[in-house]
Unconditional design. Structure first.
Length: 69
């Protein structure tokens, strides 16, 4: 039974979570795994706890201006 952990920034709404889970499940069913055997866990991480290029994602600046990531 495959268990997939998807790490994302917090704020994923239910509709998007459904699409993510369905899409990941589809990858495995295309490979012959029964859909009921696939488990998907979405971990939502605050941007203030996610680092990119040595900076917090919540404070990341690109080209001199703060990017709304």
């Amino acid at each position: 039974m495959p268990i997939v952990h998807a790490y994302m920034w917090e704020g994923v709404d239910d509709e998007r979570a459904r699409k993510i889970i369905a899409g990941i499940t589809r990858v495995f069913t295309d490979l012959g795994t029964p859909p009921e055997a696939v488990r998907v866990i979405i971990h939502e991480i605050p941007k203030s706890r996610w680092g990119m290029a040595g900076q917090l994602a919540s404070e990341r600046q690109v080209g001199g201006e703060k990017k709304n990531l």
